[in-house]
Design a protein. Structure first.
Length: 101
């Protein structure tokens, strides 16, 4: 049986949602490390990659709020903002992801 475009798009949206939910746990852990001042070297780069992926795919698959929060986080990381500010942005992104769950 041939899938319709809409059916395939729905499958891809669901895969994005599942991936975002999984990423939210990682992001939440990174936020905790930032708050505690225990962020390992490379955390900002890894977090920026995650945010970039979520920003792009979120917009593509209709998750505008996830995309917006991920873009804000990516921007803060590019500006090398304070750890506390980045941690708060992480938690705002996690909140948006969990709303989509």
């Amino acid at each position: 049986m041939n899938e319709t475009f809409d059916e395939r798009l729905d499958e891809l949206r669901e895969k994005f949602r599942e991936r975002a939910i999984a990423e939210s746990t990682t992001i939440e852990g990174m936020a905790a490390e930032l708050r505690a001042g225990l962020a390992p070297s490379g955390l900002a780069a890894e977090l920026r990659q995650i945010a970039h992926r979520l920003a792009g795919a979120g917009g593509t698959f209709g998750f505008a709020e996830i995309s917006a929060r991920a873009t804000e986080l990516e921007d803060l990381l590019a500006e090398q903002s304070a750890d506390a500010e980045v941690a708060e942005s992480c938690l705002a992104l996690v909140t948006e992801i969990r709303k989509a769950a």
